[in-house]
Design a protein around this ligand. Sequence first.
Ligand code: SAM
Length: 289
Amino acid sequence: MLPDTLGGAGQTAFARHTVTSSESPSAIKRLGQNFLIDPNIVRKILAVAELRRHDAVLEIGPGRGILTEALCHVSDRVTAIELDPRLHAHLLERHADTPNLTLVLGDAMTHSLEGLPIGTIVVANLPYYISTPLLFRLLEQRDRFPRLVLMLQDEVADRLIAKPGSRDYGVLSVLAQYVTEVTKAFKVSAHCFRPRPEVGSAVVVLRMKQARELSPEEEPMFTRLVKAAFAHRRKTLVNSLKDEGYDVQVVLEALRTCALEPVVRAETLPVGQFVELSRRVTLPRQHAE
Ligand code: SAM
């Protein structure tokens, strides 16, 4: 049965590509199926993942299983969620005798993650068409996932690690760096995949910070402020927030208290200053009601 989230278009795509489960299913581009073919990259991913045997591991999008198989050699408990029923069936057959592997047919964007043990390490070559929303979903579960080892687009990796003042610094950088320590481990050439992706790839490691600067009640306001601050990149922070419905006087007062110039731009503010500002700036009226 197809996952609900695929709808009619998904069903057509699968019907066209139907194969028996013993063959390696062909790639469906729209599902981000760029399969890793280089065992050296798998070894490098395992090296940066630093898994211990008792670590529970979640893989999103096991595909044809090159990484899955390696993960099963080093961890006692691997769960792999795959959207494509052909690949799921292929892996079920191939791993019928792998007791430490749980294969789930489902959409990683909607499938419940609550059942996974606290402390699960995520190791995945993400489907690039949804890498950013998937990343945000994983970051929401920060108690459950202390470490994420993810292959994604090189340009997304650069945005994740970007520092204030750089071209890549934006919403993704601030929100990811607020909850994690991010490092870009290594780049991966398009030659390491079949079919080759049109963009460069990189592996990043995100380690959840233990301490939170804001309370769970304050965090939604922080997220909203950061998104509003970068909504109009060519404008000053004050004007960008004003356009998003924030009260100019409140914003100016907050900037003054934080010893920031009234003409400051969002892309120059470190994460800590966004935290300070979000404590002082109240929500726009339409959201506060
Ligand atoms: N892990 C394999 C590898 O490294 O060769 C495959 C990685 S491939 C880049 C991404 C995989 O994610 C594909 O198998 C694709 O079918 C799967 N996928 C796409 N969207 C998904 C979703 N929403 N939930 C779970 N898996 C998904």
